[in-house]
Write a protein that binds this ligand. Sequence first.
Ligand code: MCN
Length: 790
Amino acid sequence: MGASDFSKLPHIGEGVRRKEDYRFLTGAGQYTDDITQAAQTYAVFVRSPHAHAAIKGIDTSRAKAMPGVVAVFTGADIDGKMGGLPCGWLITSTDGTPMKEPPHPILAIGKARYVGDQVAMVIADTLEQAKNAAEAVEVDYDVLPAVIDMREASQGPALHDAAPDNHCYKWAIGDKGQVDAAFAQAAHVTKIDLTNNRLVPNAMEPRAAIGSYNRATEEYTLYVANQNPHVERLLMTAFVLGLPEHKVRVIAPDVGGGFGSKIFLYAEDVALTWAAKQTNRSIKWTCERSESFLTDAHGRDHISHAEMAMDKDGKFLAMRVHTDANMGAYLSTFASAVPTILYATLLAGQYTCPQIYVEVDAWFTNTAPVDAYRGAGRPEATYLLERLVSRCGWDLGLSQAEIRKRNFINSWPYQTPVALQYDVGDYLGALTKAEDMADVAGFEQRKAASAAKGLLRGIGYSSYIEACGIAPSNIAGALGARAGLFECGEVRVHPTGSVTVFTGSHSHGQGHETTFAQVVAARLGIAVDAVDVVHGDTGRVPFGMGTYGSRSISVGGAAIMKALDKIETKAKKIAAHLMEASDADVEFANGEFTVKGTDKKVTFGQVALTAYVPHNYPLDKLEPGLNETAFYDPTNFTFPAGTYICEVEVDPATGKTRVDKFTAVDDFGTIINPMIVEGQVHGGIVQGIGQALLENCVYDKESGQLLTGSFMDYAMPRADDFPEFKIGTICTPCTHNPLGTKGCGEAGAIGSPPAVINAVLDALKPLGVTEFDMPASPGRVWEAIQSAKA
Ligand code: MCN
């Protein structure tokens, strides 16, 4: 079935209420911490209080003797018994030097490299006993100088023997010679320096896990708050524990948000699995919020310099970018893919810039590892590009809309100079609709009204594009990645015609139990409630690559569509048998099978029953059952795109910035459930505005202590920080997946930060403020105003 026929089916485009919400709203959800195993114990991790320290000795004797203590493990107990955490999964250096992939031990061996690094694991009968015993573990540290700022990393103390200058890798894309030549011909060059601030993911449910071991079957089970249980199992068994995969079952039950931070293999998960066998007990660990701040992989943290060469009319000729990316103390699972294939390849944006050269240097510092966080590389690219594009316009005296319109791509497919090929889009259409919805025409009037109150009003544009549906194997491979990411779906039709779908995608807030059910119900002509979706269990789902990169509907959903194709083919044979016709003459629509040119028909329910209760079955041509599995590897990314327009009011006396209006127009191709999509966009925008105005992860430069280690110091966005968003869509269906969908789960977080900061800069322009880094907190805005005045 083609994407255009699919979009016309019943249930597609319907705002079906979320099936999963009943259990969440009635307190019946089952998160990892809600699960209790027989004879369960509790783990507490002893963590380094120092950013960089040699571990001269660990005395666990006092802790081991304390009441209820089952075991205390240190790095020495596991050294040589297992590998370290896998890293450098996706990319190698492009300058010919190997990427530095220093070992990342499960429990520190010899050295601690950031505040929070896990040094020992204490297991006791109760959580209180484990906490008390953890305090009794005596670690003899020799504190070493630390390096926190990546700009000083090459001169700082080495974290790893394998990387004496703390340089992890260099990666480049584009033709430097052509770019330099284009710059030499330019009529104007606009330059910009900016920092993309480090963020803490802060999912509602902190990380949690329970490891257990069954001596009779020699099987391990790990319950874990995780976004990709099969990948977790694969990494853990193949790279760390050396166990056969089928002996480990990973279950990610209800998960309270992840935003990327739960796709990595964390040391705690491995330690709990391994220790379950050593102690022959189930072991639960639930991360405390302050521990999350210190040890969840952080996001962003780039410092960039970018230049755009233009002709006399403001047409882009070439772009040159250098980015330093902070990897933190160790290379986290997907860290090396973020500033490279997810960031650098997105820097063409929506524009016809014929030449682009991007160079990335990645550094180790004594801070928590940095990895994917909602958008992963694409918010960093969009922030840089959309800030640069607005600045180009201001430098040339062109409006933010005009500079974009002069450079928009307007025919597809479009091959960018940085590897990606966009299949379809309508960038001008989105901008025009956004301007209309945002009432840009009335801006000057609103600005005058603000001025009358002593306030500065600014307007900011951001025209983002992102590559979702991560990641087609052929493209990932061509870019140097070590693996591509397909998806798997199984459709099991039961004798009564109801259906269970098993998907390798994982829902942790995105509503898959509803939208995937809509897809199946639409195809089979049955009720949405007749379809149940199972995910998050390696023991039940054949295989899976999980959820991130807004891939689930476009890759996971497409795998289900492929399985449904197989179901339909087989079901037609059964229907042909029932109607005594040739299966070539059988047609299927709206849950009914008919024979072309006759009035014969049978229902989907009759066919399902016949599959399991066969009469006179032609066993030479058909086997009983109606159950199909398919794997889908996309041929390209999907490319959602849109324009966001933000209006802010700034109080120059206090620096306080208020978002007054926010309009988002997105192109997500075919939309399965508009209510869920709108919720996804709202959440993304809130996180994006959070980064732009409030959130900032700060370490003390000398001691390496995390200064923003709690919600007292790390400002999260709240409902009263926002106006009502205006959300609109346009639709150019994706050309290469059978649903026509493009991902929507990250768009808001990608598109919104530059729209906000461009609006702040527009407001501050009359005062002479031309540059500004996120977050635009009152103090920073006030300081920028004062320095412009000075
Ligand atoms: N959808 C749709 N029509 C479309 C596109 C999507 O109806 N054209 C629906 C999908 O069926 C799905 C939801 O919208 O129910 C999101 O789909 P998709 O864009 O495919 O994204 P994923 O399901 O793969 O979710 C991942 C994405 C990412 S990468 C982050 S980060 C993120 C996000 O989703 N983390 C989230 N949204 C989140 N929402 C919550 N509540 N919690 C998180 O941790």
